[in-house]
Design a protein around this ligand. Structure first.
Ligand SMILES: Nc1ncnc2c1ncn2[C@@H]1O[C@H](COP(=O)(O)OP(=O)(O)O)[C@@H](O)[C@H]1O
Ligand SMILES: [Mg+2]
Length: 374
C-alpha cells in the first residue's frame, strides 16, 4: 500500500474548476490546507468566497471526485471554510486587476465582441434570438455572456432556465451560468411580477453597474438584450459601450421593419456599427413542404437594404428564422432549441447567424495595436 503523493493530489485539485468563476480553484487561492496521510486519507480545506455559496455541493463533489481518482487515495474529506476579507480582496484583485471600477469591455486590450440586440417593437423574438445565438456560440467553445437589459420585459433568465441569483462577493457579482453562458438580468434583482419603475438615470446606473461589478471574466462575445424601441437604454449602451455593434431583429412585416429601422438608425447618431439584421418568424413550413408567410415577406431584406443606404455601409441580412413551435416550447422550458433540436430548420438558421457573428475576428478590428516605428 503506497501513500498518495502530495504532488499528485495538488495536480488533481488543479483540475477542479470553480463553477461560477470558471477557473481552477488552485488559481483562485480557494484551496487551503491539504493533509495527505499515509493511510491514504486526504483532507482538503476549500475556501468559499461567501458562506452562503450556492455552489458548495458541486464544489465538494468535484473535489472529492478529482482527489479520489489519485493513486493510493482511500477517502477524501472536504472541509468548507469561508475566505477572510483579506483573502477575498486578494481574489478580487486577481480577477479584476488593480484599479477602480471600470468597464472591462472598454479596456484597450479587450477582445470581446459586444452585440447589442435591438428591435423596433416587442414580441418579435429578440430575446429568443439572443439566447439561442449565445448558446450556440458557447456550444462551439466560445466564452459567452448575456446582459439582459430589457428592464421592463426581462425574459432571459426564464429562456435560459435560470432561477438562481448571482453570488455576491462584496461589491462584485458572479453571474449564474446556464448552458455554458454567463447571464445577468434585472430580473434577478426584483421580486417576481413586481414592476420595475426605474427611469432613465436609474436605468443607466443599473446598466453601468452590470458592466462594472459583474465578473464576466474574459469573454469572446457579450450579448445585450435591449428593450424594444429607441429608449434611454439604447443611448446608455452607446455611451457605456461605444464599441458595441447593433444586431437588429425584425419580422418580415413591413410595419415591423419600419419601426426596426428607427432602432437601427440610432446608430447613425451614436456612431455605432450595425452587425446585421436577423429576420425572425419568417415563415411556417407546412407538412406538404410549402411555406406559409404568416407575417408577410421581405421585411428583413428591405430593412437591411435601407440601413445599408442610410449608413453608407453594408448591413447584411444574417438569417431568416422560421416560426417553430419547438422553438417557443424550448423558450418556455428554459432549453434553447439550438441545444435540444439542433437539426430543426429554425435551429439551423440560428446556428448560421451565430457562425457569422462568431467567425468575425475578435475586436482587434479598427483598433490601434500600439505599434511604434523603430
Ligand atoms: N421563430 C419563432 N417561432 C415560434 N415562436 C417564437 C419564435 N420567435 C419567438 N417566438 C415566441 O414569441 C414570443 C416572443 O418572443 P421573445 O423572444 O420574448 O420576443 P421579444 O424579446 O422580442 O419581446 C415568445 O413566446 C417566443 O417563444
Ligand atoms: Mg424580450
Amino acid at each position: 500500500m503506497t501513500a498518495p503523493s502530495p504532488a499528485a493530489v495538488s495536480a488533481a485539485l488543479a483540475t477542479v474548476i470553480d463553477p461560477e468563476l470558471r477557473r481552477p480553484i488552485t488559481e483562485l487561492a480557494m484551496v487551503g490546507a491539504v493533509d495527505v496521510r499515509p493511510d491514504g486519507s486526504v483532507q482538503v480545506t476549500v475556501l468559499l468566497t461567501v458562506s452562503g455559496c450556492p455552489m458548495k455541493q458541486t464544489l465538494t463533489a468535484d473535489v472529492e471526485r478529482a482527489v479520489g481518482q489519485v493513486d493510493g487515495v482511500r477517502g477524501v474529506a472536504v472541509d468548507l471554510q469561508v475566505m477572510t476579507k483579506e483573502q477575498r480582496d486578494e481574489l478580487k484583485l486577481k480577477l479584476r486587476g488593480p484599479g477602480a471600477r471600470r468597464i472591462p469591455f472598454n479596456e484597450p486590450g479587450s477582445l470581446t465582441k459586444v452585440y447589442a440586440v435591438a428591435s423596433g417593437k416587442g414580441g418579435v423574438g429578440k430575446s429568443s434570438v439572443t439566447v439561442n445565438l449565445a448558446c450556440e456560440l458557447a456550444r462551439r467553445g466560445l466564452r459567452v455572456g448575456i446582459v439582459d437589459a430589457d428592464v421592463h420585459g426581462f425574459s432571459v433568465p426564464g429562456l435560459m432556465g435560470i432561477t438562481q441569483a448571482p453570488t455576491q462577493v462584496d461589491e462584485m457579482m458572479l453571474p449564474p451560468v446556464a448552458h455554458g453562458v454567463k447571464v445577468i438580468s434585472i430580473g434577478m434583482f426584483v421580486r417576481k411580477n413586481e414592476p420595475v419603475v426605474w427611469r432613465g438615470p436609474m436605468l443607466h446606473r443599473a446598466l453601468e453597474q452590470f458592466l462594472t461589478d459583474v465578473y464576466f471574466g474574459d469573454l469572446d462575445v457579450l450579448f445585450l438584450d435591449l428593450p424594444p424601441g429607441t429608449g434611454d437604454i439604447a443611448i446608455s449602451v452607446s455611451q457605456l459601450l461605444p464599441s458595441a455593434e447593433i444586431l437588429v431583429v425584425t419580422t418580415p412585416q413591413s410595419a415591423a421593419a419600419d419601426v426596426a429601422e428607427r432602432a437601427g438608425t440610432i446608430a447613425t447618431q451614436t456612431g455605432q456599427r450595425i452587425a446585421g439584421v436577423v429576420e425572425n418568424m419568417s415563415y411556417l413550413s407546412l407538412p406538404d413542404g410549402t411555406r406559409m408567410e404568416v407575417f408577410g415577406a421581405g421585411g428583413g431584406r428591405t430593412l437591411a437594404g435601407r440601413l445599408s443606404a442610410t449608413l453608407d455601409a453594408t448591413v447584411p441580412l444574417l438569417g431568416q428564422i422560421p416560426l417553430d413551435v419547438a422553438l417557443r416550447e424550448g423558450g418556455d422550458a428554459g432549453a434553447p432549441i439550438v441545444l435540444t433540436h439542433p437539426e430543426a430548420e429554425s435551429a439551423r438558421a440560428l446556428a448560421g447567424v451565430a457562425a457569422e457573428l462568431g467567425a468575425k475576428p475578435r475586436g482587434l478590428n479598427g483598433r490601434s495595436l500600439g505599434l511604434q516605428p523603430r
